[in-house]
Design a protein around this ligand. Structure first.
Ligand SMILES: [Fe+2]
Length: 150
């Protein structure tokens, strides 16, 4: 395997891990803090989504390790690499949470499609499979969230 290409895949995976971790924490934050008429539905939906993201975070770190590259695992590293914004400190309305997470999931899907193409070119099958699963998850998550729009 070409080392340079393998490192490129591991770098993209490290960025993905950081983004997914930030999105996981944001989703858990909204699971805790959502209120209003949509409380029960969104509280449950956000719970299932942050739990799924926990699994993906772990899978991503383990694929990084198959390249013999250290997996990032601190908030400092995640913040440096993630393009996704953390949840703001202010309390948001359910409507604001819906719009923010819908946008985040759609942006993730777009970025992961670029990483998927690169991993395909490099022939990194584990990364390709992971990206395909992640894209499916984000597309479905965005749909389920925006279906709560009034
Ligand atoms: Fe909970």
């Amino acid at each position: 395997m070409n080392t340079q290409i393998a490192n490129k895949t591991a770098q993209a995976l490290s960025k993905t891990l950081s983004e997914e971790y930030v999105l996981m924490l944001k989703t858990q934050n909204f699971h805790w803090n959502v209120d209003g008429p949509l409380f029960f539905s969104l509280h449950k939906l956000f719970e299932s989504q942050y739990k799924e993201l926990t699994g993906f975070v772990d899978d991503t770190a383990e694929v990084i390790r198959t390249f013999n590259v250290k997996a990032p695992g601190s908030f400092r590293e995640f913040q440096k690499m993630a393009l996704i914004d953390e949840a703001p400190a202010d309390l948001l309305s359910a409507h604001q949470m819906i719009e923010m997470l819908n946008k985040d999931h759609m942006m993730m899907s777009t970025r992961l499609k670029e990483h998927l193409e690169d991993a395909e070119v490099a022939g990194d099958t584990s990364a390709v499979t992971l990206y395909e699963d992640l894209i499916t998850f984000h597309d479905k998550a965005a749909w389920m969230i925006r279906s709560h729009r009034a």
